[in-house]
Design a protein around this ligand. Structure first.
Ligand code: NAP
Length: 209
């Protein structure tokens, strides 16, 4: 029997910002989640590795961002694992470690749109439900219509949450740093200071830790 609900916040978080934190908090409240576990992606299966900051740096920024919220925690599971970070592998571990919890995977709508192409997508949908954190104005109707036609059993496992704070984006923050524009108030101050201290996003060659 399931006695609680766990949110799993999956993303690259390069860097984490207030949009992610508001999305996690809204999902926690809306879906009655007892905790939200942030899991920065290790080696994303769908991305060019050289475009992304080292996992240890992204994890450290997540730690600093969530340090004052007892409902938020983070895991190095994907950062520490060798090879590409397939979500199905992560979810198998989490469903073993949290057997009494229903699992909700929270992520961006672009990623969610692609879930049926992820490794072992059918298996994933037996393990969890999805919450798509949508930027303002996002329209999920065509995707949901496609799910209705092609994967009708999965429809009830896909939810959306509009998060106005997701007007903030990691891409924009990286651009701003590179072009010496301010990023204060877009992300927690300890994360902004970490970016400054480690000279992240200044050039196109990403920092390694
Ligand atoms: P992404 O391409 O970096 O991000 C796609 C979009 O979603 C971006 O606009 C991003 O905004 C936003 N986003 C990402 N994570 C978010 C979150 N947790 N909450 C709100 N918005 C979010 O996507 P990704 O981060 O690499 O992948 C998302 C998750 O899906 C990861 O956990 C990844 O491992 C998983 N995934 C798994 C597979 C697989 O198993 N085959 C394939 C693809 C993705 P920002 O840039 O502002 O964050």
């Amino acid at each position: 029997m399931k006695i609680g609900k766990l949110g799993i916040m999956g993303g690259t978080f390069d860097p984490i910002h207030y949009g992610h934190l508001v999305a996690a908090e809204m999902a926690r409240s809306e879906f009655n989640l007892s905790k939200v576990l942030f899991i920065p992606t290790g080696i994303p299966p769908h991305k060019n590795r050289s475009d992304i900051s080292a996992g240890e740096l992204r994890l450290e920024m997540v730690k600093r961002a969530i340090q004052d919220n007892p409902d938020f925690t983070c895991s190095a599971l994907e950062i520490e694992r060798q090879g590409p970070s397939y979500t199905v592998d992560t979810l198998r571990i989490l469903s073993r470690d949290w057997p009494e919890h229903e699992l909700f995977f929270i992520t961006g709508t672009d990623a969610l749109r692609e879930i049926f192409s992820w490794r072992e997508a059918e298996e994933i949908l037996t393990l969890i439900q999805f919450i798509g954190a949508a930027r303002p104005g996002f329209d999920a109707s065509d995707f949901l219509e496609q799910v209705q036609q092609e994967h009708p059993d999965s429809l009830e496992k896909i939810h959306y949450l509009e998060v106005p704070a997701l007007a903030i984006s990691s891409t924009d923050i990286r651009y701003r740093v590179k072009h010496c524009q301010p990023i204060r108030y877009l992300l927690p101050e300890p994360v902004r200071l970490f970016i400054q201290e480690h000279n992240l996003y200044r050039s196109s060659a990403k920092s390694k830790m």
